[in-house]
Design a protein around this ligand. Structure first.
Ligand SMILES: Cc1cc2nc3c(=O)[nH]c(=O)nc-3n(C[C@H](O)[C@H](O)[C@H](O)COP(=O)(O)OP(=O)(O)OC[C@H]3O[C@@H](n4cnc5c(N)ncnc54)[C@H](O)[C@@H]3O)c2cc1C
Length: 396
């Protein structure tokens, strides 16, 4: 593995860093103060499109498989992680509000037919305007227990009729489409899972409500309902033949292998921001003469670097289409926990200044907690890792 960042990547990170200082952090602070997401027609999103953001990882000319047109980097891409970390350093809520197919990209990449990639990801190859995609697995009664989703899908001629409720789906109300997981038979558990692309404006898709969150307020986490929502059979990801065995459930799990290292890299970015705040406050207040303070700060830096290496390793495997279940879970189990520790240390060091409620460290403390929860909580990652240790399920 080569750890060198080439000149091009360095430049891109520097560009993001300038954007972060001038726009991303101020936008994040503004959304936090107002308690609502940045609206989709904000000029910032147009600017991002002009800067080449908001794209899918799919490429129509990719060499990977003529039928499926698999992107060479279905996975996370180490390069992508470096960028994600940098954006999240400035504000993770704003990072999640960036236009693009978002968490909807991986399931379409891994399960979609070439025709579906063209239809749904094609507009994100060189987007003409800010566009969003969304991913909806979680339901009011099914979070960690993904197998327990209750939303149903019933075949009706050349359509599928969906019914159910989804919650916490990122950018759902502004999305061109949402990848929705539903079951054709609740009694089948995981075997009954199917993934559908539900397009904006489909009758029966509605009741969007932006959820209240303790942090990460710059992007919307949205609940919505599907009421006799009829989607064309061509919107079933991969087509019916794809769903022998547990393909629907497996497709979702494969998505998580790509997205967990991303979430982990975002957490590293937040953790770095918290460390920066703690360090500069300590410097200003002359606290760095105390070896105990120095030791605690250095411990966090060390642990954040370990977390980053775990993210890179998981992405490096995904880039090569090699199994990375264990590494993806490790990165997700470790990075948000370390970032939370960094924010807690920042709160302790800043003391009353942090607790007043108007300092960045307090916002980072609220932002970071969600990173432990989203894309499988820390406990769930530990369950997955322990299973592998005990030999239950394929080992990497
Ligand atoms: C900011 C944010 C953004 C999100 N974005 C999305 C999104 O875009 N799309 C989407 O579909 N979902 C999204 N989610 C939902 C997220 O994936 C779920 O919140 C998460 O899976 C946990 O589910 P839950 O909240 O229902 O908790 P529960 O599953 O009810 O878990 C409650 C507690 O029990 C623990 N627990 C549960 N089962 C076990 C077990 N077997 N062993 C040990 N401990 C266990 C959990 O770790 C947790 O601490 C988002 C959530 C947040 C907070």
């Amino acid at each position: 593995m080569d750890f060198a960042l080439d000149e091009d990547l360095r430049k891109r990170i520097e560009q993001l860093s300038q954007l972060g200082r001038s726009q991303i952090r101020p936008l994040g602070l503004e959304a936090d103060r107002l308690g609502r997401p940045t609206p989709p027609d904000h000029p910032f999103f147009e600017r991002l499109i002009r800067l080449g953001q908001g794209r899918t990882r799919w490429s129509p000319d990719s060499k990977g498989g003529p039928e499926r047109g698999v992107a060479p980097r279905m996975g996370t891409s180490v390069v992508g992680l470096c960028m994600i970390e940098e954006i999240s350093f400035w504000d993770r809520g704003v990072a999640a509000s960036f236009p693009g197919p978002g968490l909807g990209d991986p399931p379409i990449l891994s399960m979609g037919t070439l025709e579906q990639k063209r239809r749904f990801l094609g507009p994100f190859v060189h987007p003409d305007r800010p566009r969003w995609g969304s991913f909806a697995m979680t339901e009011p009664g099914a979070g960690s227990d993904v197998a327990g989703i209750q939303a149903t899908a019933r075949k009706d001629g050349r359509h599928w009729v969906l019914n159910g409720a989804k919650s916490f789906a990122a950018n759902a109300s502004r999305a061109d489409w949402i990848v929705v997981f539903a079951t054709v038979d609740r009694s089948l558990g995981r075997d009954g899972h199917r993934a559908f692309v539900v397009e904006r404006g489909t009758p029966g898709l509605g009741n969007f409500v932006v959820e209240r969150k303790m942090g990460l307020k710059a992007y919307e986490s949205t609940s919505f309902t599907l009421e006799d929502c009829s989607v064309p059979q061509d919107n079933l990801l991969g087509g019916e033949a794809h769903y022998s065995g547990r393909a629907g459930f497996r497709g979702a799990m494969k998505s998580f292998n790509a997205t967990r290292p991303m979430i982990a890299a975002m957490a590293v970015g937040i953790g770095r921001a918290a460390l920066d705040e703690a360090l500069s406050f300590s410097r200003e207040q002359g606290l760095l003469d105390d070896p105990r303070v120095r030791d605690r700060l250095e411990r966090i830096r060390r642990r954040l670097r370990v977390a980053r290496l775990l993210c890179w390793r998981a992405a490096w495997l995904a880039d090569r289409e090699r199994p990375n279940v264990l590494e993806a879970s490790m990165s997700k189990a470790v990075a948000p926990a370390v970032a939370l520790e960094a924010a807690s240390l920042g709160m302790e060091i800043l003391g009353g200044v942090g607790a007043r409620g108007d300092h960045l460290i307090e916002k980072l403390f609220r932002d970071v907690k969600a990173m432990v929860i989203v894309e499988g909580t820390g406990q769930i990652q530990r369950v997955i890792m322990a299973r592998r240790l005990l030999g239950d399920g394929p080992r990497n």
